[in-house]
Design a protein around this ligand. Structure first.
Ligand SMILES: [Zn+2]
Length: 257
């Protein structure tokens, strides 16, 4: 979820990425060359999903795409392995993609644990976001907030970065579990309550498998509107004003009763 102000963060990050990749390529050691090759392969996979190469940032043991969508490197490597197997020897005339959503084992009661450090106004937004998703009719999707971390699927915690992401979240894993965490940027603690609610509802949308409606990554969900400017999965924060018809339909399609 992005703040409304546009900054030059994208270009700064992508430049950093290019410099890192470039310096890795220029090294003589074989190990570095292999690492650069893997990065290239993972980047190819991510661009095949429609993610803009300039908005792919490798960050230690994970990758950040479109500013607020996260994947762990082990998860990404697994996806690449399946993708390579699917593509082997077969010329592609259209894109094929794996789309992981939350399996039936978890999707009727996705349990969120909120870290103690999360301020009360964000807690209110988290509870509101859970209520929002639970109120969508005609789907099996359910969420709850639990008090034991060991009993939870997704942890909500605070980060603090002077950056234009308000919160960010992991996508569901290939094993069918929901995204493992939502990180809230304390830099945006003074955001209006209705924007906090939008932002958390949006991030929970990522943890159950939604990409951004205003960008082209991910697989289009047939039957949903081609444009949906007020969708909760728009990457820019809006004041919460309810789900759009498209949001509801997309949820009903991904998680039918
Ligand atoms: Zn997002």
């Amino acid at each position: 979820m992005r703040s409304p102000e546009k900054t030059h963060l994208y270009s700064v990050l992508s430049l950093t990425f290019l410099i890192v990749l470039f310096s890795a390529c220029s090294k003589e050691e074989k190990k570095d060359v292999v690492a650069a090759d893997n990065t290239e392969e993972m980047t190819s996979y991510l661009t095949s999903l429609g993610f803009d190469k300039q908005h792919i940032v490798f960050d230690k043991d994970r990758v950040i795409v479109e500013l607020d969508i996260l994947m762990t490197l082990p998860e990404l490597k697994q996806r690449v392995a399946v993708w390579k197997k699917d593509n082997s020897g077969v010329p592609q005339t259209e894109q094929r993609r794996n789309t992981y959503i939350v399996s039936n084992t978890y999707n009727t009661n996705i349990k969120l644990y909120i870290d103690a450090a999360v301020p009360s106004n964000w807690r209110t937004a988290i509870q509101g976001a859970v209520n929002n998703w639970n109120a969508v009719n005609g789907t099996r999707l359910g969420m709850s907030i639990v008090t034991s971390q060991s009993d939870s699927h997704c942890r909500v915690f605070m980060g603090n970065e002077t950056a234009n992401w308000i919160a960010r979240a992991y996508l569901p894993a290939s094993n069918g579990r929901p995204g493992v965490s939502v990180e809230i940027n304390a830099y945006y603690n003074s955001l209006a309550a209705n924007q906090k609610l939008f932002a958390i509802t949006h991030e929970l949308g990522h943890t159950i498998g939604f990409h951004h409606t205003n960008q082209t990554s991910g697989t289009y969900i047939p039957g949903t509107p081609q444009t949906d400017a007020n969708s909760v999965m728009n990457s820019f924060v809006l004041p919460w004003n309810g789900f759009t018809a498209g949001d509801v339909l997309a949820t009903q399609i991904l998680y039918p009763q």
